[in-house]
Write a protein that binds this ligand. Sequence first.
Ligand SMILES: NC(=O)c1ccc[n+]([C@@H]2O[C@H](COP(=O)([O-])OP(=O)(O)OC[C@H]3O[C@@H](n4cnc5c(N)ncnc54)[C@H](O)[C@@H]3O)[C@@H](O)[C@H]2O)c1
Length: 276
Amino acid sequence: MWATHAPEQGVHMKRLEGKVALVTGAARGIGAGIARAFAREGARVVVTDIDLEAAAVLAASMNVDGMNIVALRHDVSDVASWKTVIEQVDRQCGPLDVLVNNAGILVVQSIAEMSLDDFRRVSAVNTDGTFLGIKNAFSSMGVRGGSIINLSSIGGQIGAANQIAYNASKGAIRLMTKCAALEAAALGLPIRCNSIHPGVMLTPMTQAHYGFGAGIGTESLFNAAIPAGRLGTPEDVGHAAVYLASDESAYVNGSELVVDGGVMAGPVRKPQLSQE
Ligand SMILES: NC(=O)c1ccc[n+]([C@@H]2O[C@H](COP(=O)([O-])OP(=O)(O)OC[C@H]3O[C@@H](n4cnc5c(N)ncnc54)[C@H](O)[C@@H]3O)[C@@H](O)[C@H]2O)c1
């Protein structure tokens, strides 16, 4: 049976104090937002990315106040890379408590344009990468337990034109999350697994694909369709991830946390119906 979370009265602990957390694809965007939020809450953070140089720059910028943030090269689609990273985390930081499967790629292409190789390239990073993360976290966390957080998307809940590979991968991540939560419970392992479903967030990924910041006015089109009236930020996702990583979410498992400024709640405005 899982322990209940009972915060001690009068003792101010940071919310992730004493936890070792690995965030994949953390050199920029949402991953970097999550890594920063984890460090603020006292976690020992390992930032991994296929782009080690950028990950090292981020880690250096976070290494203040005696924090020791580690940057590692990591290709989440590669079995051997996972083995090396998990061994290094164990050696340098101690056993893993939190894994965020954040690394992901977006390919925007029509079905007619998309080749099977393009489809598989997206699946390799998003789907295989998350599967390998869950698999490695299970063996690393084992009976000590921990929290696995998977970055799905609102695109894992609804479809979108020109995003068949991406949305398929995000739908797979949504259900792999629930399978992992149930399998850990069946094995008696105190490992929780939850998914986060961001809406449209301002990151290098969306800047590249939707032209945000390029002076072509796409932000205002998106803002008008978002109940919150603005794009999301990596910090918005960072706050959600801190909750799922912390013991405050001890009773939250297999769940979907939507961070989308209200998009999935329904249309922004009611259609103006003429009075009969
Ligand atoms: N930005 C959004 O609006 C949005 C919305 C919903 C979900 N998401 C998801 O959030 C996650 C982060 O998105 P983002 O917008 O910050 O993306 P981003 O492109 O800005 O950053 C992704 C990071 O992943 C790294 N990466 C790519 N392939 C990798 C690999 N094989 N192994 C390791 N690292 C790799 C990149 O180098 C980069 O640093 C993704 O899974 C994405 O699908 C993003």
